[in-house]
Design a protein around this ligand. Structure first.
Ligand code: SDX
Length: 431
């Protein structure tokens, strides 16, 4: 038996096979089951991918037990304290932290890809005023491939790079335009003299009739939230982008598929759902009643912003954002925001409850991010849009990594078929 293999014995036939072990640089190694069907006649079964690695990657490492998150090996705590979202974007796309010239060059590229084709403005007007901004985003991002034919040859690394830069640059513009459409205000063009998040704030909140002053607290808070949300290994939306990309679909269509997957309340839609939940709970006296509902398997109510597929310890991003939430609310004069107080009390009560302790249900990144967005004056239906802007860096980096792999092939999972056995067609009169 090879020392770097595992042996699988079929107790029904006595047959045994050896499968190679692929070694990681951090975290669990992986058993390569590529030959499993051919050698055993069995599929493996793991519907939620709880134990299944869909790819190998050099981008992001999570340790759910330790509550660790690293981008290209750098701990999220250090990046949150010392870096910027644009610098993190460079790190994720290029693999190393940039020197000053590289950072300025990258910033220049992103800034100068931010304008939208003027014809796109008509798309926003086509949506009803109360269209959810995520619906607008899915539609507009998916349509970008109709405008950028010069960057959709996915086998050309230059095209891949331009398409990636375009996506990162245009997401804030599309987000802000979606918001402006929903409130009936004119779109604001990007301003190349502003930072990435300063530009977003300006495009969302400035109006032609008066000067708009960007609040540096809001600018830095958004930049930090975006760093925390930039990438997160093979989460549902990133896996969707990779699967769409594996068929050779153009990058804009792939990112649109990621936006659609992110929208779900079990994933990126949770930040919006947390605010709705806190609003519904209303008062700390109602918390026990809602905790009982969360524990009741017959009740679909879940404690939004709690739990995580990977983190069975505190989500490191939640720890960072909780601290920042306090600071931002205090600086913006919302320190005694009753909803924030309720969130703190809910966390305290839930984390002392046996049900949550047993299931390692801690607050995740979405539990607090919505409170900060709310304090910054961002409407609830834009919370997941904010998440999508940040996660575009991860989606682009993961898509680039996958497309760039020599052995890249279309993703095509199998199934355990449990339906009807073969049977013959009967004419209607004989059924
Ligand atoms: C994000 O994958 C990522 O990395 C995602 C993300 C990223 O950056 O991309 O981190 C962003 O999506 C964070 C998660 C945001 N979602 C929510 O806050 C929604 C609420 N959370 C749950 O829906 C749930 O915790 C999930 C979806 C996050 C995780 O689901 P799992 O891993 O499939 O866990 P599970 O549903 O199997 O739960 C295990 C147990 C179950 O109870 P038992 O069957 O053991 O009795 O815990 C219970 C669940 O009923 N449970 C909860 C709960 N989450 C899990 N009970 C009450 N409230 C909750 N929130």
């Amino acid at each position: 038996m090879g020392e770097n293999t595992v042996t699988v014995i079929d107790n029904r036939t006595g047959k045994q096979i050896e499968l190679p072990v692929m070694q990681s640089t951090q975290g669990p190694d992986a058993v390569d089951i590529g030959r499993f069907l051919r050698e055993t006649g069995y599929f493996t079964y793991d519907p939620g991918f709880l134990s299944t690695a869909s790819c190998h990657s050099r981008l992001t490492y999570l340790d759910g037990k330790q509550g660790m998150l690293q981008y290209r090996g750098y701990p999220i705590e250090q990046l949150a304290e010392h870096s910027s979202f644009i610098e993190v974007a460079y790190l994720m796309l290029c693999g190393e932290l940039p020197d000053q010239a590289q950072l300025e060059g990258f910033q220049h590229k992103i800034t100068h890809h931010s304008m939208l084709n003027e014809s796109l403005k008509g798309f926003f007007r086509g949506f009803y005023h109360d269209a959810h901004p995520m619906a607008i985003m899915v539609g507009v991002v998916g349509s970008l491939s109709a405008f950028y034919h010069d960057s959709t040859d996915i086998n050309n690394p230059k095209h891949r790079e331009i398409a990636g830069h375009r996506m990162i640059a245009k997401m804030p513009v599309i987000a802000a335009a979606s918001y402006k459409h929903s409130i009936g205000e004119p779109q604001v063009y990007p301003d190349n003299s502003l930072s990435y998040t300063g530009n977003l704030l300006n495009m969302m909140f400035s109006v032609p009739c008066e000067e708009y002053e960007i609040d540096p607290v809001a600018e830095r808070a958004l930049d930090l939230i975006f760093i925390l949300h930039a990438d997160h290994e093979q989460n549902a939306s990133t896996s969707t982008v990779r699967l769409a990309g594996s068929s050779g679909a153009n990058p804009f269509a792939c990112i649109a598929s990621g936006i659609a997957a992110l929208w779900g309340p079990a994933h990126g839609g949770a930040n919006e759902a947390v605010l709705a939940m806190l609003d519904e709970i209303g008062d700390v006296r109602s918390v026990p009643k809602y905790l009982d509902r969360a524990k009741d398997r017959t009740d679909p109510f879940r404690l939004m912003g709690f739990g995580h597929r990977v983190y069975k310890n505190y989500d490191p991003r939640a720890r960072i954002i909780r601290k920042m939430c306090h600071e931002v609310l205090a600086k913006l004069g919302e320190g005694d925001d009753p909803m924030f107080e309720l969130a703190l009390r809910l966390e305290e009560i839930a984390r002392s409850d046996e049900y949550f302790i047993q299931r390692n249900l801690y607050p995740n990144v979405d539990f607090y991010s919505g409170l900060i967005y709310k304090a910054l004056g961002i409407p609830t239906n834009m919370f997941t849009v904010m998440f999508a802007i940040a996660r575009t860096v991860g989606w682009v980096a993961q898509w680039m990594e996958m497309i760039g792999e020599e052995d890249q092939r279309i993703g095509r999972p199998r199934q355990l078929y449990v339906g009807a056995k073969q049977r013959d067609y009967q004419p209607p009169g004989e059924r």
